[in-house]
Design a protein. Structure first.
Length: 326
């Protein structure tokens, strides 16, 4: 049996969504040590799995790997479509588990597009591989049209910069009980609408924020400077998404971010991906106060939800194999 445990990620935003620039997308994010998804697999003559999404990924995986099948069990998961990247982590964990169960090695980056992953952002694939802070290079704009490409008809954006997350950094995660973000065809329609109308001016500002604030902060290990910098990345992205998500942030994320901005223990706050998850950047010395600020933000917004504090993860997915006597 092989068990693959994959880890959540935060997605701070894209560098460019305007067709006026030569490269599209280019995303920033970090790997987290929690929450996790865990998939266990043993070789079998067909695919068996009680989890619909994992079964679908597994059926595709056995075709790609040219193996007979696998018996899969989901041993841990976190909510999908909330901004923590569970879809990509489930897909890649399933692919890796099926391969390892059959004593095969697999290039998850090369095959991720065949599972419908990594089309716009490369952060989820990169953090599955190696964790850390990731800035990907996006895609040449000339390759993209308003039509959705066929599954597999893209490559995962290459990693332009990767840095280890300092050991004393912490990330506050607030998960409100509110509608999830768009996914699948709905997400594709929203993204096409945004890209077709995106103005280039936020991209010019984002280039400066990333080059002069985000990258120096992660290089120097300053959470106090990194937090406001990635929060600004999110705010600028929100100007592109405002019509699609009902504001700079998807409600109730705006109220949560506003409350966290007033908390001294939180250096910067924003929405991860389409939300509704909201993050805050803090450190080990202020983690307890940041957690309290997260609960207070939920109270101020009048919504229920969960609060946790995660560390950064500077390694990829965890793979455990158990050999059973025949």
């Amino acid at each position: 049996m092989t068990r693959v445990t994959a880890f959540a990620r935060l997605h701070f935003g894209f560098c460019n969504l305007s067709l006026a620039h030569e490269r599209l997308y280019g995303s920033l994010g970090v790997g987290l040590d929690r929450p996790t998804v865990s998939v266990a697999a043993t070789p079998a003559d067909e695919v068996t799995c009680d989890h619909p999404a994992v079964r679908e990924f597994a059926e595709r995986a056995v075709d790609l790997l040219d193996v007979a099948g696998a018996d899969l069990t989901v041993e841990g998961e976190f909510p999908r479509h909330v901004g923590l990247g569970s879809g990509t982590q489930f897909a890649l964990a399933t692919l890796e588990a099926v391969a390892r169960a059959h004593d095969r090695t697999v290039d998850v980056r090369a095959l991720a597009p065949e599972l419908g992953r990594g089309g716009r952002s490369g952060v989820g694939v990169a953090t599955f591989e190696n964790g850390g802070f990731v800035l990907d290079a996006g895609h040449p704009t000339a390759r993209f049209t308003t039509d959705r490409p066929d599954v597999g008809a893209w490559s995962v954006p290459p990693v332009a910069a990767r840095h280890s997350i300092p050991d004393d950094w912490r990330f506050l995660i607030v998960v409100p009980d509110s509608p999830v973000g768009p996914s699948g065809d709905a997400e594709d329609r929203s993204m096409r609408t945004v890209v077709e109308s995106a103005q280039p001016s936020p991209s010019d500002r984002l280039a400066g924020v990333v080059a002069r604030r985000v990258l120096p902060a992660i290089t120097e290990g300053s959470a106090e400077r990194f937090g406001p910098a990635v929060a600004e990345v999110g705010r600028l992205n929100g100007t592109w998404y405002a019509d699609e998500q009902g504001g700079v942030y998807r409600p109730p994320a705006g109220e949560l971010v506003a409350a966290l901005d007033d908390a001294p223990a939180v250096y910067g706050a924003g929405q991860s991906s389409w939300g509704p998850v909201v993050y805050g950047v803090t450190d080990a010395d202020h983690a307890a106060d940041a957690r309290e600020a997260g609960h207070a933000a939920l109270d101020a917004a009048g919504v229920d939800g969960r609060v946790l504090v995660a560390e950064g993860r500077n390694r990829g997915a965890r793979i455990d194999a158990e050999r059973r006597n025949q």
